[in-house]
Design a protein around this ligand. Structure first.
Ligand code: MG
Length: 280
C-alpha cells in the first residue's frame, strides 16, 4: 500500500470512532428543545452548543492524529488550506432540524486528497447509525442488520428529487425552479433541510439531489456516498466554500444539468431576502 493509501485507510478507521463520538457529545450538550443556540447570518441560521462541542472535538482529534492535514470546519470559519490532505467537517448538518426535534441531521466528515473526496462519514443523529464510505470501497454502516445493496436505488426512490438551497439566496426565482424541474421529468420533491441526509438517502435508496448555494462541508461526505452508489455528480463552484451540486442517475443529471447550471449562475447571496417581515 502506498503512503496515500495508508493515510486513507487510517482515516477510514478514525472516522468511525469520531462519528460515533459526535452522538455522545451532541447528547451531552443538553436536551434538544432546550439547547442553547445563537444566530449567525440571519435569525434562522443557527449554531448550538452541540455544533460547537462536536466541531471542537473533531478539530482536536484531526490535529492530533493527522497534524499535517488541513481542516475546513463550518463553525471554525477556517479557510480551505492549500494542503494535499484536507478535512472538511460539519458537526451538525441540519442544525434547524436538530434543534426543533425533526429527523434529518448528521455530523459530516470528509477527507479530500488532491481535490478528490476519498473518505466520508455521516453520523445520522436521528437513527444513531454511522455510515462510512471510501472511494472505490462502497458504503458500510454499523446499523444492526444493515446491508449494502446499491441496486435498491433503481426502485421507487429514484423518483425523489431532493432540493437544498443556501437560505440567503432563496428567492421566488429559486423556488420557481421546482416547477421547471417537474417539467423535465416526473419528480417527487423533498426538502429535507440537511444536504448530508438527503445525499445519504439518494445513495441508499435512490433519487436526485440539487444543492444550490451550499457550502462544501454540507455535501463533501454525502457526494462520496452518492458516487459510491453509482450516481453521477456534477459540481459548480462559487466563491469558496460555496458550491452548487447536482447528483443522480447519469441520464437524470444530463436532463437537469442545464437548469442547474442556470440556477448556479443566478444564485446570489442576499441576507435581506430571508427576513420574514421585509425589514433589513
Ligand atoms: Mg452545520
Amino acid at each position: 500500500m502506498d503512503a496515500g493509501g495508508a493515510t486513507e485507510a487510517a482515516a477510514f478507521e478514525a472516522v468511525a470512532v469520531w462519528a460515533r463520538a459526535a452522538f455522545a457529545l451532541a447528547g451531552e450538550s443538553g436536551p434538544r428543545p432546550f439547547l442553547r443556540f445563537q444566530t449567525k447570518q440571519n435569525e434562522f441560521d443557527l449554531v448550538t452548543t452541540a455544533d460547537r462541542a462536536v466541531e471542537r472535538y473533531l478539530v482536536a482529534a484531526i490535529r492530533e492524529r493527522f497534524p499535517s492535514h488541513g481542516i475546513l470546519g463550518e463553525e471554525s470559519g477556517g479557510l480551505f488550506e492549500d494542503r494535499p490532505w484536507q478535512w472538511v467537517i460539519d458537526p451538525i448538518d441540519g442544525t434547524f432540524n436538530f434543534l426543533t426535534g425533526l429527523p434529518g441531521s448528521a455530523c459530516s466528515i470528509a477527507l479530500i486528497h488532491d481535490r478528490e473526496i476519498r473518505v466520508g462519514a455521516l453520523a445520522d443523529y436521528a437513527s444513531g447509525a454511522v455510515f462510512r464510505a471510501r472511494r472505490g470501497g462502497g458504503v458500510v454502516s454499523d446499523a444492526p442488520g444493515w446491508t449494502w445493496d446499491p441496486s435498491v436505488r433503481r426502485g421507487p426512490g429514484r423518483a425523489r428529487l431532493f432540493l437544498e438551497f443556501g437560505t440567503e439566496g432563496l428567492d421566488a426565482e429559486m423556488l420557481g425552479a421546482l416547477s421547471q424541474l417537474a417539467g423535465i421529468r416526473p419528480i417527487v420533491p423533498r426538502l429535507v433541510g440537511s444536504a448530508a441526509i438527503a445525499l445519504l438517502a439518494a445513495a441508499l435508496a435512490g433519487g436526485s439531489f440539487i444543492g444550490i448555494g451550499l457550502r462544501l462541508w454540507d455535501v463533501a461526505a454525502g457526494v462520496l456516498f452518492a458516487e459510491e452508489a453509482g450516481l453521477a455528480a456534477r459540481w459548480w463552484f462559487g466563491e469558496p466554500p460555496v458550491v452548487h451540486v447536482l447528483v443522480g442517475e447519469r441520464s437524470d443529471v444530463d436532463a437537469f444539468a442545464p437548469l442547474v447550471a442556470d440556477l448556479a449562475r443566478r444564485w446570489e447571496p442576499s441576507a435581506r431576502r430571508v427576513l420574514p417581515d421585509g425589514s433589513t
